[in-house]
Design a protein around this ligand. Structure first.
Ligand code: SF4
Ligand code: SF4
Length: 121
């Protein structure tokens, strides 16, 4: 598999859930409502616009707070998959947008796994 070729399984990829931008994933009013009590923890506000909160893996590697990385199995899962924002639902695996994400970020999940592997007890 070349780096920008989508894998069959998003759980082996995770690239589109990495971003350093605080505006990475917009959370609409409906999205926010779906998150219920978790919204406060997961959502950051910029003015009157809401976005999924971004957290650091390292100083120069950031991801959506809802992305759960399992370093032992090398897998990536959206911890709120059933309640994820509409913008995430719209990003179809294998689509042009997916390939664009991979072209820009395919190395980030690999870097995260490498970093997290060094932190495991
Ligand atoms: S949608 Fe594409 S970029 Fe996102 S995790 Fe799946 S294969 Fe990777
Ligand atoms: S909400 Fe889930 S699918 Fe959307 S960017 Fe965050 S981890 Fe990825």
């Amino acid at each position: 598999m070349v780096d920008d070729e989508p894998p069959d399984d998003c759980m082996r990829c995770g690239a589109c859930c990495f971003s350093g931008s605080p505006r990475h994933a917009r959370v609409t009013g409906d999205d926010h409502e779906r998150l219920g009590d978790d919204a406060e923890r997961l959502v950051a506000w910029i003015g009157n616009l809401a976005f999924m909160r971004i957290e650091a893996v390292t100083v120069d590697l950031h991801k959506c707070i809802a992305l759960a990385i399992d370093a032992a199995t090398g897998t990536f899962a959206c911890s709120i998959y059933e309640r994820r924002p509409e913008v995430c639902r719209d990003l179809e695996q294998g689509s042009g947008a997916c390939r664009g994400e991979l072209a820009a970020k395919a190395n980030r999940p690999k870097r995260a796994l490498t970093v997290l592997a060094t932190r495991r007890p």
